[in-house]
Design a protein. Structure first.
Length: 372
């Protein structure tokens, strides 16, 4: 006997779409295809709806160490997100002291900020990225102590933090010494984005790829900087990192015209960005990408199978035996509009509207508009 059967769904398994049903038993995916509904204690009819693996947000702020952090239960579960990566909110001085690694309602991994206090002072003043201030021995100890929870180092390279590329070069060195990756915030840096991309290697993450604040991935003629392309060829990964202020439709259109799409679709949602016009939530970020021309399956991969592979999450795909981390969406058209950091507004020609979230076989959120 199955615990729950989702029938008549449009399934996305992390790679492709197909029609069918999915059964859950004891917190795991028990069957995919056409399991018999009479063998289920609960049957949920998904006719006209899309069932995906639980979404994975590759760039969120929820560590709980600064004013910018959102509650992961509120920022994730109502939007079909069952796992997320905190993008550097904690530093070596706050990771343990503030209880960052306590149990979460979602699957959680963390980038450790190179700066000791992380983002604890972010709204008052920017963190100090001077490598002379980094506590490298303490950072190394934390990576030894929490190998499953920590997935890399984080540094911000906005002009408010760094005047030259020495901090990012030193951060790359430190990451290599720890056999880990580096995520770099590249939004309005003091130098061309290509100079930062030149320093990154395989597995490193360049985030805020489509920002329009200054010194972005586009050259003056509107084409993607060859150094950025070469970085991708070396295995550097490119994340959306929306946050509303770091996403310009015009930049995305230009990049998309050259086939330069993101590897991951991190929302960069914070306490102020959650439910606010702009980033709002991960499904809204995905909806903007598809509305702007990204293939639907490719966009969903950037929030399911791809971040699962990159960060080592167990989910991201629909397969028998996997944890039943699932999301159900209605795909709507012509409902509302999207805005970007420049104030441009476009109609929402594609909108992922959440209906249900399941985490390890338990229904953890369900829309009151859809009782199944």
């Amino acid at each position: 006997m199955f615990d729950t059967l989702f029938k008549n769904a449009r399934l996305f398994d992390g790679e492709r779409f197909f029609s069918g049903s999915l059964a859950v038993k004891a917190g795991k995916i028990a069957a995919i295809g056409d399991p018999a509904p009479e063998n289920a204690a609960q049957v949920i009819d998904c006719a006209g709806l899309t069932l995906t693996p639980g979404l994975i947000d590759a760039h969120l702020h929820f560590a709980g160490v600064s004013e910018i952090d959102a509650d992961p239960a509120l920022a994730c579960l109502p939007y079909g997100v069952t796992a997320a990566v905190d993008a550097g909110g904690a530093g070596e001085n706050t990771l343990e002291a503030c209880g960052v690694l306590r149990r979460r309602p979602i699957g959680a991994k963390y980038f450790l900020n190179v700066c000791s206090a992380g983002f604890s002072s972010l709204r008052a003043y920017p963190e100090n990225v001077d490598p002379a201030r980094w506590q490298e021995d303490r950072i190394a100890l934390l990576f030894e102590r929490y190998p499953e929870a920590l997935c890399g180092l984080k540094i911000r390279m906005g002009r408010e933090c760094a005047a030259d590329t020495r901090p990012v070069a030193e951060a790359v060195r430190l990451a290599r010494s720890l056999s880990t990756r580096l995520m770099v915030h590249v939004s309005d840096p003091a130098m061309p984005a290509g100079e930062i991309a030149d320093l990154l290697g395989e597995g490193d993450i360049f985030t805020h790829t489509y920002q329009g604040r200054g010194n972005g991935i586009l050259l003056a003629d509107g084409t993607v900087d060859p150094r950025v392309r070469e970085a991708r060829e070396r295995g550097v990964l490119f994340d959306v990192g929306d946050a509303h202020v770091h996403f310009a439709f015009s930049v995305f259109r230009r990049a998309a015209g050259e086939g330069f799409f993101p590897d991951t679709a991190g929302s960069d949602v914070t306490d102020r960005g959650l439910c606010a016009p702009g980033a709002f939530s991960l499904p809204v970020v995905l909806s903007k990408l598809v509305t702007l021309g990204m293939d639907e399956a490719a966009a969903l991969r950037a929030a399911t199978s791809r971040p699962a592979e990159i960060f080592g999450f167990s989910g991201g795909r629909l397969r028998v035996g996997a944890d039943a981390d699932l999301a159900v969406f209605a795909v709507l058209s012509g409902v509302g509009s999207f805005t970007d950091s420049a104030g441009e507004r476009i109609p929402a020609n594609y909108l992922l509207s959440p209906r249900l979230t399941m985490r390890r076989g338990a229904l953890v959120w369900r829309s009151v508009e859809w009782m199944g």
